[in-house]
Design a protein around this ligand. Structure first.
Ligand code: COA
Length: 168
């Protein structure tokens, strides 16, 4: 099986995508291409190159959060004049059930984080945000260094942390 990450196109086969979470299955089957068309997200798919079957996917969008949403120790280091803090939203991430547990979810996450780190060389980005779908997803992200925003299920990882983990 030859695997490649590509930007979602019509030719990508996704009608049988099943990651175990209906909302994420429906997203790639029905909604992702509309979000892409409307410039709301870019959807990256991990596909099996001979027949273009989508094995997994993630989406990235530009995003911002309010300064006061961040943990106090981070807020202290930032100028109060920046009420909106530039971030990237890793909006969705899913691996098909048949391919889970083989390191491919990790591969997708690391690709996404590397892309965000690359973008941060060209534009200001403080952190990458995720909205874990459930506790399991939150523990997956936690294992890679994401932490929860105070009083929220939303999690973040600063670009500085991503860059440091690339070096370590
Ligand atoms: C979460 C998901 C993307 C992980 O993909 P995967 O291919 O099964 O994960 P991998 O095989 O790459 O696992 C990588 C590592 O993460 C760990 N891991 C996987 N799921 C985990 C979880 N829920 N909690 C903690 N660690 C987890 C694995 O044990 C592995 O660690 P190891 O290398 O030390 O053994 C996949 O299970 C999925 O799509 N789930 C349904 C949708 C979902 O929850 N998406 C998350 C975003 S909302």
């Amino acid at each position: 099986m030859a695997l490649a990450i590509a930007i979602l196109e019509k030719a990508h086969q996704r009608s049988n995508f099943d990651c175990g979470r209906l909302i994420l299955d429906n997203y790639i089957k029905r909604l992702a291409s509309q979000d892409v068309k409307r410039d709301l997200a870019v959807c990256y798919v991990l596909c099996d190159s001979p027949d273009n079957t989508v094995l997994g996917y993630y989406t990235l969008s530009s995003h911002s959060i309010k300064l006061e949403e961040l943990p106090e120790e981070l807020v202290k280091k930032l100028p109060a004049a920046y009420a909106d803090i530039p971030t990237i939203l890793l909006g969705r991430l899913a691996m098909g059930k048949a391919h889970q547990g083989k390191g491919l979810g990790q591969y997708l996450l690391i690709q996404a984080l590397n892309q965000c780190a690359g973008l941060s060389e060209r534009m200001g980005i403080l952190a990458v945000m995720v909205d874990p779908i459930d506790e399991k997803a939150a523990s997956f992200y936690k294992a890679y260094g994401f932490t929860a925003l105070p009083g929220s299920d939303r999690m973040f990882m600063t670009v500085k942390t991503i860059l440091a983990s690339q070096q370590g």
